[in-house]
Design a protein around this ligand. Structure first.
Ligand SMILES: [Zn+2]
Ligand SMILES: [Zn+2]
Length: 323
C-alpha cells in the first residue's frame, strides 16, 4: 500500500509529542522555578492555556488543509498535464530540484505573508503567542487555503513535478520547521549558514525592532542571506516574542479571525478603490500609516482599540514597530 503524503504530519505526531515531552522536561531541569509565577513568566515554558490553544489550532489547520488539497491537487494536476516545462527522470536529482525549488517558493510565500496584509491575516496566527516552544509550531491558521497559500506551489507543477510530489515536499518542509521552535537549543555552528535553525527562527518570532520581519527561511538559510533578510540572534538582546498589537487571548477562534475582522473593518472605512485595495494587499501597517498622515480621522477610542497613537505622537509610534 502506498503512503499518502497528505497524512505525513499526523503520522509524525508521536515524534512531535515525544520532542515536546523532552523539551518540557529539559526546561524544568535547566530553568527551575525560582518564584511562584516564574514558570508563567518564562516565555519558553509550557502553560495549559497557550499549549491547548496551539493544539486546537493545529487540528483546525489539519482539517482545513485536508479540504484545501481537494481543490489544489486537481489544479496542480491540470497544470502538470497541460503546461509542464520539464519531464524529470525519477530519482535523487528530481527530488533535490523539487526540494530547492519549493524551499525558495516557501521563502517567497513567507516573506509575502509578512508584507501583504491579506496573507498576514492568516499568518499572524503563527506569531500571536508571546511564548516560544515546540508547541508554537502547531500554531497555524485554518485560513491559509482562503489566503491562497496553495497557489504558491503551482510553479512546481509547471516545473514538471507531480501533484503527489508537490504535496509531499510542502509537508516535509513544514515538518522540518517543527524542530526550530525551541529555546532549548543554542546556536549550531556552521549549520547556521545552511539551515534554518532554532536560533535563526527565534529571531523570526521576535518583535524587537532589530529582529522584526527577518529570517523567513523554511529549511535552507541561504535565501535570507541572498536576499538581505538575515539577522543573527544577538545574545545581548533576547527576543521579545509576539506581535506588535498583542492578541492577549488564548481563544483559538479569536487567534484565527481577529486580523481578518480588523482588515474587514479597515476595508469598510476606507474611501476609494485604491485605499480599499491597499487595506487588503498593502503591508499590514498601511492603514495605521494612512491614518497617521491625516488622510482618515482616527478617533481616540478607535486609536486605543487598535494601539495607534492618534495625534501628534505618530512619528514616535512609527519610528519603531515595538509596542
Ligand atoms: Zn512568519
Ligand atoms: Zn515559526
Amino acid at each position: 500500500m502506498q503512503f499518502d503524503a497528505q497524512w505525513l504530519l499526523l503520522a509524525l505526531a508521536p515524534v512531535f509529542l515525544a520532542c515536546i515531552g523532552w523539551e518540557a522536561w529539559h526546561l524544568s531541569r535547566t530553568r527551575p522555578r525560582t518564584a511562584p509565577n516564574a514558570a508563567a513568566a518564562d516565555n519558553a515554558r509550557y502553560t495549559w492555556p497557550d499549549t491547548l490553544c496551539n493544539a486546537a489550532l493545529a487540528l483546525m489547520h489539519q482539517g482545513a488543509d485536508k479540504l484545501a488539497w481537494l481543490v489544489a491537487v486537481p489544479v496542480y494536476a491540470y497544470v502538470y498535464r497541460h503546461f509542464r516545462l520539464v519531464s524529470w527522470q525519477p530519482g535523487f536529482v528530481a527530488w533535490f530540484a523539487l526540494f530547492v525549488a519549493q524551499d525558495l517558493l516557501y521563502y517567497a510565500f513567507h516573506r509575502a505573508s509578512h508584507r501583504v496584509r491579506w496573507l498576514w491575516a492568516a499568518h499572524v496566527v503563527h506569531h500571536s503567542s508571546e511564548r516560544l516552544n515546540l508547541s508554537t509550531a502547531f500554531r497555524q491558521s485554518l485560513m491559509y487555503p482562503v489566503a491562497g497559500m496553495w497557489m504558491f506551489w503551482i510553479p512546481l507543477a509547471l516545473l514538471g513535478f507531480t501533484p503527489e510530489q508537490v504535496v509531499a515536499i510542502v509537508l516535509v518542509n513544514l515538518a522540518f520547521q517543527f524542530f526550530v521552535h525551541t529555546q532549548a537549543i543554542g546556536k549550531l555552528g556552521w549549520l547556521e549558514y545552511v539551515l534554518n535553525t532554532p536560533s535563526m527562527h527565534r529571531v523570526h518570532h521576535a518583535r524587537n525592532a532589530r529582529y522584526i520581519d527577518r529570517n523567513f527561511a523554511g529549511v535552507l538559510a541561504i535565501w535570507d542571506r541572498m536576499f538581505g533578510s538575515y539577522v543573527e540572534e544577538d545574545a545581548r538582546e533576547a527576543p521579545d516574542y509576539g506581535i506588535v498589537k498583542p492578541l492577549a487571548s488564548c481563544n483559538p477562534l479569536k487567534a484565527t479571525f481577529h486580523e481578518w475582522l480588523a482588515m474587514a473593518r479597515d476595508f469598510a472605512r476606507m474611501s476609494g478603490w485604491r485605499s480599499r485595495a491597499a487595506a487588503l494587499f498593502a503591508p499590514p501597517d498601511w492603514c495605521e500609516r494612512h491614518d497617521a498622515l491625516g488622510l482618515a480621522p482616527v478617533t481616540a477610542a478607535a486609536a486605543h482599540a487598535r494601539h495607534v497613537v492618534p495625534e501628534n505622537d505618530t512619528e514616535a509610534e512609527f519610528g519603531s514597530r515595538n509596542p
